[in-house]
Design a protein around this ligand. Structure first.
Ligand code: PSV
Ligand code: MN
Length: 396
């Protein structure tokens, strides 16, 4: 017999889907080098196959974010293949990420480049990405720009802002009815003096000026130390401008570590703001919960399963906050009671209830153990090992 608490957790998890990134399955590294893994995915097919494993064992990761340049080598000509391949592995193509930072022409920026010809190329890549989203049935086109400058005086910040407004407006004009532009911000890196979209408010202003289908994307790693991220989330919710997340954890900057590995309370507080908003307004905002992590050292599929399981646990905890009591305590200025009320939900052990939820869905109670027992990783290492080893020696 389900208790009310279990039902509440079950309802929360039924409505919680987490998008995983194709790039989380490939060999990645830092600017100091890569430690390659035998089982790492290299092709679009392998990435969808690995993502399919994460979804098969967790049941909560049905879609995969793709990066156009990395996953769709022929741009829009690869779109139907991506659609079919994803389907074959039991997942769907999620958000489309244009790549406006790797090509040589983007040395001085993309939409913010002083050269109009480069701005046009960037826009045409954005338009192609929107077309790809049309073919794959993806709702979101997720935009991150590396644009910025390294030295004071080298860039006209206001002119670049204007070019961004123009470019995003033009891209917005090409959206179909259900599609959205998500505008991601980041304070620094790779630019180290100014970044054109450096914080949530710049992203908000640009999204607003782009048009009604643009929203802000919050990457949890893209803030200065000590920034109160849940306050940003609360403000964006209040403004109906929160489009989605790139979840990851960090100790220092954009570390791309496993969600909840450093500060699980932070993620819980973000989820809490969302639940509180839903409870107060009776509305469910369209939020894309996405993971943006780079697993340099941990085995990639295992790490992604660990991430999805942790996200579910923190989300389930946040669903247990007693919102009525909390708001009563807040109104009365009962600080200790309000704080304890929030902490009580965080302290709940939700794992048994989540295991029950999984059983009810015919999912393995322990997704990580079940994946390990499947032998998939060993098989992938064997199949891909030779190629990945060859890449290792050519890299050395
Ligand atoms: C940039 O740091 C970022 O967070 C953007 O979302 C990119 O798309 C992603 O990482 C992968 O490089
Ligand atoms: Mn990101």
């Amino acid at each position: 017999m389900n208790t009310e608490r279990e039902e509440r957790i079950g309802r929360a998890l039924d409505g919680f889907e987490i998008e995983i990134p194709s790039w989380g399955f490939a060999n990645t590294g830092t600017r100091f080098g890569k430690f390659l893994q035998c089982a790492a995915a290299a092709t679009m097919e392998e990435k969808f196959a690995d993502a399919g494993q994460v979804h098969a064992f967790t049941g909560c990761c049905p879609s995969v974010a793709v990066h156009v340049l990395w996953d769709l080598p022929n741009g829009k000509d690869s779109a139907s293949e991506a659609l079919a391949t994803a389907q074959r592995y039991g997942v769907r193509v999620g958000s489309i990420n244009p790549n406006l930072f790797q090509d040589q022409q983007y040395k001085f920026g993309s939409l913010g480049n002083p050269d109009a010809a480069v701005r046009r190329q960037a826009l045409s890549h954005l338009l192609e990405s929107i077309e790809i989203a049309g073919v794959t049935g993806s709702r979101d086109i997720s935009l991150w720009f590396a644009d910025g400058s390294n030295y004071p005086g080298t860039a006209n910040i206001r002119r670049r802002k204007k070019w961004f407004e123009e470019g995003l407006r033009a891209a917005h004009g090409a959206l179909a009815g259900q599609q959205r532009l998500l505008v991601e911000y980041k304070p620094f890196e790779p630019a180290f003096y100014h970044t054109d979209i450096a914080d949530w408010c710049m992203a908000l202003l640009l999204a607003r000026s782009a048009g009604p289908q643009a929203r802000v994307l919050v990457d949890t790693g893209h803030h200065y130390q000590a920034q109160n991220i849940e306050q940003i989330v609360a403000w964006l919710l209040a403004e109906d401008m929160l489009g989605g997340f790139h979840f990851n954890d960090r100790r220092y900057a954009d570390d791309d570590l496993t969600l909840g590995s450093i500060d699980p309370y932070q993620i819980f507080r973000i989820f809490h703001e969302i639940f509180l908003f839903k409870w107060e307004t009776g509305t469910t905002p369209a939020i894309a919960y996405m993971i943006d992590q780079s697993h340099n050292l941990k085995p990639k599929i295992e790490e992604m399963i660990q991430t999805a399981v942790t996200a579910q646990e923190l989300y389930a905890k946040a669903s247990l906050v007693d919102w009525e009591s909390l708001s009563r305590f807040q109104d009365r200025g009962a600080l200790v009671d309000a704080e304890e009320c929030l902490k009580a939900a965080f302290a709940e052990d939700v794992r048994p209830a989540i295991r029950e939820w999984r059983k009810g869905k015919r999912l393995p109670e322990d997704p990580l153990a079940a994946f390990r027992a499947s032998g998939y990783l060993e098989h992938a290492a064997k199949e891909r090992g030779e190629r990945n080893q060859a890449a290792l020696s050519s890299y050395a």
